[in-house]
Design a binder for this molecule. Structure first.
Ligand code: PEP
Length: 257
């Protein structure tokens, strides 16, 4: 089954509203109409909450979609500093990243809270980019698959096969994020195939075949082609290289069928 590739940029805590709009303008200029062809990948950018409105305005008339970088599970209430799914939907956001390793590492996210966020986002009609991945210590201990399995099972607990249509997984080895170290094509493919097989057991083989699994971790123009050529790698979640129009455009080109 042919899965359309997805190139997603995670801007993290970078770019003000005007800088974000400028990046979109540069992408539009570099795109030159070719982004709309059938063979083009789906393109998503995930700016900080405060710049989403400006970026949504800037992408008008383009196929670029806009997502958020996190969401709270409650509909509303006394959760200072948090943003609900309903707020994102009303803004016009289509996707939300959940469970990024920086959230897990620096802000105490657990598989339990990730699962709560996933369920709230899906219930509100958002598409979810669910991040999973092992640390360097875990890889060195040889427990990568066990960690991935634990995360996938927990994070997707109570998520139905129908809801799986609105989930994209992002395998992001923590040791490769923002470090310049990329998983080799083989290392990445091995884990992606493991995730797909696991989804096949949790749901059904056909459902697993339809799910897109992105690779994330220092993906850049120089290594993208090899990674994107792997049979179970369906695109990229990109940090650093998503902040430069020329690099992000090169990744979009690399993902063309
Ligand atoms: C990320 O933040 O999801 C990421 C993959 O970052 P980078 O591309 O900078 O490693």
């Amino acid at each position: 089954m042919a899965r359309r590739k997805l190139i997603a940029g995670n801007w993290k805590m970078n770019l003000t509203a005007s800088e974000g709009a400028k990046l979109i303008a540069d992408l539009k200029a570099a795109c030159d109409g070719s982004c709309k062809c059938d063979c083009a990948p789906e393109v998503l950018v995930c700016p900080p909450f405060t710049t989403i409105a400006a970026v949504l305005e800037a992408v008008k008339g383009t196929p670029i979609e806009v997502g958020a970088q996190n969401v709270h599970w409650a509909e509303n209430g006394a959760y200072t500093g948090e943003i609900s799914a309903k707020m994102l939907v009303e803004l016009g956001v289509s996707h939300v990243i959940i469970g990024h390793s920086e959230r897990r590492q620096y802000f105490g996210e657990t598989d339990e809270t990730v699962n709560q966020r996933v369920k709230a986002a899906l219930a509100a009609g958002l598409k979810v980019v669910l991040c999973i991945g092992e640390t360097l210590t875990e890889r060195e201990k040889g427990v990568t698959n066990a960690i991935i399995e634990k995360q996938v099972r927990w994070d997707l607990a109570d998520v139905s096969a129908e809801q799986l249509d609105n989930i994209v997984l992002a395998y992001e080895p923590v040791w490769a994020i923002g470090t310049g170290k990329t998983a080799t094509n083989e290392q990445a493919q091995e884990v992606h195939a493991f995730i797909r097989e696991l989804l096949g057991k949790m749901y059904c083989p056909k459902c697993a075949e339809a799910v897109r699994i992105l690779y994330g971790g220092s993906m850049k123009p120089a290594n993208a082609a090899g990674l994107l050529a792997q049979p179970d790698i369906d695109g990229g979640l990109i940090g650093g290289a998503a902040l430069k129009a020329a690099d992000f455009m090169a990744l979009i080109q690399a993902a063309k069928a």
